[in-house]
Structures are given as structure tokens and as C-alpha cells.
Design a protein around this ligand. Sequence first.
Ligand SMILES: NC(=O)c1ccc[n+]([C@@H]2O[C@H](COP(=O)([O-])OP(=O)(O)OC[C@H]3O[C@@H](n4cnc5c(N)ncnc54)[C@H](O)[C@@H]3O)[C@@H](O)[C@H]2O)c1
Length: 267
Amino acid sequence: MANNLLQGKKGIIFGALDEKSIAWKVAERCAEEGAQLVLTNAPVALRFGQINELSAKLNAEVVPADATSMEDLENLFRRSMEIFDGPCDFVLHSIGMSLNVRKGKEYTDLNHEWMLKSFDISSISFHRMMQVMMKLDAIREGGSVLALSYIAAQRVFPDYNEMAESKALLESFARSFGYHFGTKKKVRVNTISQSPTKTTAGTGVKGFMEFFDYADKMSPLGNASSEACADYCVVMFSDLTRMVTMQNLYHDGGFSTMGMNPAVLGL
Ligand SMILES: NC(=O)c1ccc[n+]([C@@H]2O[C@H](COP(=O)([O-])OP(=O)(O)OC[C@H]3O[C@@H](n4cnc5c(N)ncnc54)[C@H](O)[C@@H]3O)[C@@H](O)[C@H]2O)c1
């Protein structure tokens, strides 16, 4: 159901690793809606992931960038401006990684070097990319910047570990940078707080499958799929949401507003 909502728009998508990635679905939907895209991921993900398949399918160039490197980010935005022959209209930050989660460290026994790495990759990268974009004038007036978040920024989900703090920081950057980007360039910055989704990053969290089922039962509409998330991203990149900024937008089938659902208790 393409509606040409992004006809003529140009966007940069961070974080498509394989076809389960939320960013993969977003890239496909944006292309369906008429956008021209540049895809990017960390050099290591280019070797292990399938991004080149997506690149061929969407006719979108891949520009590698480690999101923690200012040099890589500068190169990415400069190269994108060459490809697009000018600034872009939208950017998706779909990046998350925690070594503490990967290695099953308990929250009360975290490796703090790894914690800092998690913050750098999952959150500070969002500030880095916006800082580079602003400096290089790499996004057009009225442009839209989005990052993907999770409700553990507001509520306690013990096994989500220090990714909870990563998401709180990410959402705070959206508000603070959103002020500066809005004032200077009328660029809007938002986060989408997505349901649990079966991806490489998602399923790496301890107890994910049980929690996925719990959230699905708790939400009146069920868990939001990555395809539905892609639809929401398209709307947020389109001109239809040009006055929405500095928001954390729940995309979770109603989970965030529920207290208890009898379905969870089997009633
Ligand atoms: N899956 C879920 O349950 C869920 C729920 C809410 C929010 N999110 C968020 O959605 C986003 C995308 O995750 P996903 O679930 O699609 O998983 P994913 O594993 O497919 O995507 C994570 C991406 O981050 C990239 N990445 C890691 N380190 C990087 C670096 N240094 N530089 C550049 N890229 C790097 C990976 O290569 C990968 O493409 C993340 O921010 C995640 O926290 C996921």
C-alpha cells in the first residue's frame, strides 16, 4: 500500500544488519514510498550481515561507518551529500549493543568499561551524528531524525540491564538536540519506543521469548511488528508530521498504558 509519502525525499538508514532488523524493514518501506536511500552500518556488520543484499534490492549505496567514530560519521554525511547531490531529508538511528547483555552480566555486577561502550554505541552515537549533520548542513530544513527506543527507559525491566540507561540517555538527547535543531534549522527529532521485536539485538536479552509473549498478552493490540514500526517511521519522515518534535512516541500496541490485563492472568 504505497502512497508516495516520501516521493522525492532522501534518507540515511543506520542499523540494517539482516532481514530481521527493524532498520531493514524501514528501508524497504521508505523505498516503497519513493525515497532514495543511503544505508550504513559498522564495518564489522558489513562483513557478517546481509546489508549488501538490501543495497542491491533497493539500489542504495552502502557507506560503512562506526557510529562511535566522528571521522567515519563525517565521511558518511559528506559522501551522502555527494550521492544525493545535497542534504538529506531524514535519518534513522537504529543502533544498539551491550557487551554486558551479550555476556550475561548481572545488573549488580556490571563491567563499567563495557557499560561506557554501550552508552557510546547505543546513545552518544545519536548525539555524534546530529552534531556532524548540523555542522555539515547535511540535513534540509524541515527534515526528520528518528531513533528507536524501549520502555525500559521509564520502567524497570531487570534483564534489559544497562540498556535501560542507554535508552534514557538516547531519549534525553532527542529532547535536548531537538531544541537546538528545531530552533536553528526546523529539523524535528523524535524517538519511537517499540514493542519487543525478534531481531538479533532483541533476542540477545535474557528471557526475551517469555517476555515477548507476556508483552503480547498485556497489549490490547498485541506486540507491534517491525513492519508496523516501519509504517510509523514512514509517517514520521513524511511532511504529515512536520510539527512533531522532541517526543518519545510509544509504538507498542498499548503496552505502555496498561496496568494489568486479565489475559496475562489467564482470567
Ligand atoms: N528488538 C527489540 O526488541 C527492540 C525493541 C525496542 C527498540 N529496539 C531498538 O531498535 C534498534 C535496532 O535494533 P534491532 O532490534 O533491529 O536489532 P539489530 O541487531 O538488527 O540492529 C542493531 C544494529 O546496531 C548496529 N551497530 C552495533 N554497533 C554499531 C556501531 N558501533 N556502529 C554502527 N552500527 C552499530 C548493528 O550492526 C545492527 O545493525 C536498537 O536501537 C534497539 O535497541 C529494539
